[in-house]
Design a protein around this ligand. Structure first.
Ligand code: AMP
Length: 408
């Protein structure tokens, strides 16, 4: 058994997952929430060992506890207590390494990196670019190192996969000195998921990754699309921050920046109010009152015109990027959909690719609608582009990358 612990730390919560990398299966996972509040909550789930496949076959048990969790260090103690009381035993399944999701690696980190004190300083310094995320990721690293002082800790950056973007794709057309002084460029995010999906797709099709042109749609509450050429990210829709690109649950995606100048001048909105507007009150939520695509679909069925418009704007943007990336790549061999919407909303998948018949894309309605789990083909046999649904597994990808550093 090769246990690896994966940590995804936010400012007031963290998620964890213990995986056995010999079988790529999850042994336990959990969520520690409301850190810093008097009524913290910790839930811990133990999975039965798989018997005949890589995925956990059934859920054994979940237990939730309510207790004060003053800080991340206390949160890790709660996690250790949960392992001790509910299993699996961390003595028998001691992690050989701990992998940490870190949102921003700037232009500095392009691969999974062993966390040394210098790397911690760099992650902290990159908080300038990701003020909400990097400090929270670092709090998780510091606490996890106290809980697991004797094993390597590895940072896996959300931006790293997109460090292969060519200058033409990552450069914004603004004054170069201003851009350089403030590190303004496209970084891209969701890299762990895009990498995982592109590699799963190639393996599933039994084709060499380095020969494939792929477009990967990661459509969750946050959403982005990446053009992947030979396994390398060559263009991606999120930019300097995760705000750019597709319409998301609560984020606007692309918008003319001059609209913000106008709102500042004419409506007297402050920078913080504009930030809140575009990041938290826009997207599907801003257009139709819910960030959940299921509500939008239900609204359309009820004849709600706001829901209809929200769906149409969402799909319009998906088509724009599909077309752009077909042009950037010079065609595609594979188009994949992943994450909450991508894996579960056939209507979105069909609408996004409906007009691409001219490019050899043909969705098979029955395959697309089939309620299936796991990686699957949803294009027709005649389609020259293979369209896939690929369930993403960011924890597994982080664990793999962690292992590649901890046990090269
Ligand atoms: P994620 O960020 O990947 O967890 O995706 C979360 C989003 O997936 C939710 O906000 C929903 O909009 C969407 N979603 C989840 N399940 C479904 C479903 N069955 N049909 C449509 N959308 C779904």
């Amino acid at each position: 058994m090769t246990p690896v612990l994966v940590i995804n730390s936010g400012s007031s919560s963290f998620k964890y997952q213990l995986l056995d990398m010999d079988t790529a299966s999850t042994l336990a996972s959990g969520l520690v929430e409301r850190i810093g509040a008097p009524d913290g909550v910790a839930s811990h789930t133990v999975y039965a060992q798989p018997t005949d496949g890589p995925a956990p076959t059934f859920l054994d048990a979940t237990r939730s506890r309510e207790l004060p969790i003053p800080d991340h260090t206390a949160g890790f103690q709660v996690m250790l207590d949960a392992f001790a009381s509910d299993g699996p035993s961390l003595t028998e399944h001691a992690p050989i390494a701990v992998g940490h999701r870190v949102v921003h690696g700037g232009a500095r980190f392009f691969e999974p990196t062993l966390i040394t004190p210098l790397v911690e300083i760099n992650i902290d310094e990159l908080s300038v670019l990701a003020p909400l995320h990097n400090p929270a990721n670092l709090a998780g690293i510091v606490a996890a190192k106290k809980a697991f002082p004797d094993v390597p800790h590895v940072a896996v950056f959300d931006t790293a996969y997109h460090q292969t973007l060519p200058p033409a794709a990552y450069t914004y057309a603004i004054d170069r000195e201003v851009a350089a002084a403030h590190r303004i460029r496209r970084y891209g995010f969701h890299g762990t998921s895009h990498k995982f999906v592109a590699e799963e797709a190639a393996a599933f099709l039994g084709r060499p990754l380095d020969e494939l042109k792929q477009i990967v749609f990661h459509l969750g509450n946050g959403a982005s699309v990446t053009a992947v050429d030979g396994g390398r990210s060559v263009d991606t829709s999120m930019g300097f921050t995760p705000l750019e690109g597709l319409v998301m649950g609560t984020r606007s995606g692309d918008i003319d920046p001059a609209a913000l100048f106008h709102l500042a001048r004419r409506a007297g909105m402050s920078i913080d109010e504009l930030d809140d507007l575009l990041n938290k009150r826009s997207g599907l939520l801003g257009l139709a009152g819910s960030n959940d695509l299921r509500d939008i679909q239900a609204g359309i069925e009820r004849g709600d015109e706001d829901a209809r418009l929200a769906f149409d704007v969402y799909v319009h943007r998906l088509r724009a990027y599909a077309g752009a990336y077909l042009a950037q790549l010079g065609g595609a061999d594979v188009i994949s959909f992943t994450a909450g919407v991508g894996e579960n909303a056939p209507l979105v998948r069909a609408a996004a690719l409906e007009t691409l018949g001219f490019a050899g894309v043909q969705i098979d309605p029955e395959r697309n609608e089939a309620r299936a789990r796991g990686i699957r083909i949803i294009s027709t046999d005649a389609s020259t582009v293979t369209v896939l649904v690929v369930p993403t597994d960011e924890e597994l990808e982080i664990a793999r990358q962690t292992l590649s550093v901890a046990r090269p």
